[in-house]
Design a protein around this ligand. Structure first.
Ligand code: SF4
Length: 426
């Protein structure tokens, strides 16, 4: 069965393309054209049936991903399934299972079974977990272990893979020369860098990229080319190591598209506000418009406990400049494994960022929501305002405590309610 990209190249408008077009209120031919150009992807494995597939990329609503999954310390499957439910309810368009706890396959299969949205993974995590279980050594794996895991995950229905193919012997040498404040902060990147050094071999994701393309093509898994060398400090942003890796990802993206494999590019990380626009335009230029999946970006290093706001500031700006896909950041970033409340808060913060960007990217569609809210505010229609809120539960709770003004104004201005005072005046 052809991939969605192959169908687009053959000018076949599939039912999935039509469905995405209807959801996004764009013409189906636009989806086909952008899929063909590689500026839009539809991450959906041939073996995965879900209620809410989505398109990511040019001309489409900015999408939000929520990371869930077990850690070595917190590994209850029920908790991760609850987080999955919360992430979807509060508006995540995709989820990634980043499990590194025991029984990674069981967790992944359960998440795949229960998710109504596309599911991504970082396969090197499972490779490392299996190596730890079998050989008591996280780095005790070989290339064959990697490809077996990729095949397993693709067969099970994973919709997109993060592939850390940009960390190579050469890029590690370059990184050694240019002393960074925070080295490698990507977990997958660190595993592969350790493996390359230990075994003195080239990264199998890079060296055997064609083998990965074979697997991705067979199941129509979208490749998310990971930025193993992303900056983990605003002081390391946009450095040579980051840009050299981006150039490698650009070349690999072209190879993927030629093989009819859909591809997105992952991006930083920690980036000061004044470098965000440059980062987006570099990606779009080097990777020929491939959808850009931003991990934040966090615009300062000091927001511990409030990194969801930090990420939303960077994400809103990045998306307004053309980033297509925001990976959420929770308040627990850098501090602990997120709980359900952290997941909810992180998703909502990213959704606000995404919508703020969509107002400038696609006002025709995005502004309808804001217009409806403004009309409800003008009418002081509290029920409608609560319903239209990004977090209706919280809005309802706050409104309920607006005592004693529960009728036609609120306790912010009370009798001085400007909206009420102006009623009938203009
Ligand atoms: S009281 Fe003030 S804050 Fe409340 S609805 Fe009126 S204008 Fe808005």
């Amino acid at each position: 069965m052809p991939t969605q990209l192959e169908e687009a190249k053959n000018n076949n408008l599939t039912a999935l393309m039509k469905r995405i077009a209807a959801d996004e209120q764009v013409k189906p031919r636009q989806i086909l054209k952008n899929l063909k150009a590689g500026t839009v992807v539809i991450p959906l494995n041939k073996n995965h049936k879900i209620k809410k597939p989505c398109g990511i990329g040019l001309g489409l609503r900015t999408k939000v991903n929520a990371n869930i999954g077990t850690s070595t310390d917190k590994c209850r499957l029920e908790d991760e399934l609850k987080k999955l439910g919360a992430a979807i309810i509060y508006g995540a368009d995709t989820v990634m299972d980043l499990s590194v706890g025991p029984q990674p396959r069981l967790v992944r299969k359960e998440i795949l079974k229960h998710s109504t949205v596309p599911v991504g993974t970082v396969p090197i995590y499972e490779v490392a977990v299996k190596a730890e279980i079998r050989r008591k050594d996280i780095l005790g794996f070989n290339a064959q272990d990697i490809f077996e895991t990729l095949e397993d995950q693709a067969r099970d229905g994973v919709d997109f893979f993060t592939i850390h193919a940009g960390v190579t012997k050469k890029s590690l040498e370059a990184l050694k020369k240019k002393r960074r404040l925070l080295g490698i902060v990507s977990r997958g990147g660190a595993i592969l860098a350790g493996w390359i050094r230990r075994h003195n071999k080239e990264n199998p994701f890079y060296e055997d990229f064609d083998r990965i393309l074979d697997i991705a093509y067979e199941y129509d898994v979208t490749l998310s080319l990971g930025d193993a060398l992303r900056p983990g400090s605003v002081l390391d942003a946009t450095d040579k190591a980051q840009i050299s890796e981006l150039e490698i990802l650009g070349e690999l993206a072209e190879r993927a598209k030629k093989r009819h494999v859909q591809v997105i590019i992952e991006g930083p990380g920690h980036v000061p506000l004044d470098q965000i626009q440059k980062n987006i335009s570099l990606e779009k230029k080097i990777c020929r418009g491939a959808p850009f999946y931003i991990l934040g970006p966090l615009v300062t290093d000091v927001a511990s406990g409030w990194d969801h706001i930090n990420g939303a500031i960077g994400g809103a700006l990045a998306a307004s400049f053309g980033a297509d896909f925001l990976c959420y950041v929770t308040p627990s970033e850098h501090l602990r494994h997120p709980d359900i409340e952290d997941v909810k808060t992180g998703v909502i913060a990213s959704r606000i960022a995404a919508h703020a960007a969509d107002i400038v990217k696609n006002p025709r569609v995005a502004l309808r929501w804001d217009r409806d809210m403004s009309v409800a505010r003008k009418k002081r229609d509290w029920q409608a305002q609560i319903k239209l809120s990004i977090d209706p539960d919280k809005a309802k709770r706050y409104r309920k405590t607006s005592q004693p003004h529960l009728s036609d104004v609120c306790t912010m201005c009370g009798e001085y309610c400007s909206i009420k005072l102006m009623e009938g005046c203009i």
